[in-house]
Design a binder for this molecule. Structure first.
Ligand code: ADP
Length: 276
């Protein structure tokens, strides 16, 4: 890491993650009440659900509602415990300790959202367990320290059961430390409202895009791995509001985005043609 990145890393303040504007979020079921109840009791949460269905937006909204700072960490297969907790870095002739994002959230008492946790290296679970029980501590092995979580701290994990494989599954010893909320794509009327709001397309286009989403998702039983996300439908709406013809917008933002399989693409093409 270069000197300038070190400086950048060190100047990162948890307060920067206080959301100052209310994120747009339309509740789909009782998830707001559940989150608030769990937060009051400091019960950690798992959000399960397909990609692009609103999990990240929801945690942003709840952080704003509860006036807590939010630290979001996108997990990937090289993410190690040190990336989360912190590490010593060389600065000139000396070494300095730099807290990782999880340590910062623990100290500041913020909400820490580990997105796609099953992607991370297995050594990260060693950190999660003591943070999720009555101890609420984070072991900082390299410094021989135990950090006690500040009062507002809460850990939230997300994972997509659709990607689940024997190798990448959340162990029961981990998942049974959390309350799990299942997310799915919003029902058609709510999804249309979201698409319209986020993309600026017309009400009619938004309604038809929501219908397209529903129909494409039904293909999941016919060889399509994952249905079209709300995010993709919003992209299609944005392209439409820029003047891209409807069918073309759906082709690039939905059809080609969800699959490479030509047979499935043909089916989606037909669905698009039946709607637009
Ligand atoms: P995930 O974290 O599940 O992958 P996101 O939270 O990033 O998905 O959702 C993708 C986009 O869909 C968001 O940026 C937002 O525009 C929209 N969205 C999905 N669900 C909702 C909702 N219930 N209320 C408002 N926007 C939503």
């Amino acid at each position: 890491m270069t000197q300038s990145t070190t400086t950048l890393f060190r100047s990162y303040l948890i307060e920067e993650y206080h959301l100052t504007e209310e994120p747009y979020y339309v509740p789909v079921a009782d998830e707001v009440e559940l989150f608030e109840a769990a937060y009051q009791q400091r019960i950690p949460l798992i959000f399960k659900g397909p990609t692009g269905c609103g999990k990240t937006r929801f945690v942003e909204y709840m952080s704003y509602r509860l006036a807590q700072p939010l630290v979001t960490i996108a997990c990937h297969e090289d993410l190690t415990a040190s990336d989360l907790v912190g590490r010593y870095l060389l600065e000139g002739d000396s070494t300095v300790w730099i807290d990782g994002p999880l340590s910062r959230a623990v100290k500041a008492g913020g909400i820490c959202y580990l997105d796609e946790i099953v992607e991370a290296r297995k050594d990260t679970t060693v950190l999660i367990h003591p943070l999720t029980d009555h101890r609420r501590i984070l072991p900082v092995e390299k410094r021989g320290e135990l950090l006690e979580a500040a009062d507002g701290f809460l850990l939230i994990l997300s994972y997509n059961p659709g990607y689940q494989s024997a190798l990448k599954d959340l162990k029961h010893s981990t998942r049974q430390r959390f309350v799990s909320i299942e997310f799915d794509y919003p029902p058609r009327d709510i999804e249309a409202e979201i698409i319209q709001h986020e993309s600026g397309c017309s009400d009619d286009d938004a309604t038809q895009l929501a219908m397209l989403g529903e129909k494409v998702r039904n293909l999941r039983e016919h060889g399509l791995g994952e249905g079209a996300s709300t995010r993709l439908l919003i992209y299609a709406g944005k392209l439409m509001s820029q003047g891209i013809p409807h069918r073309r917008a759906c082709q690039v933002a939905v059809n080609w985005a969800v699959t490479d399989d030509h047979a499935v693409q043909r089916s989606i093409e037909e669905i698009i043609a039946s709607i637009f």
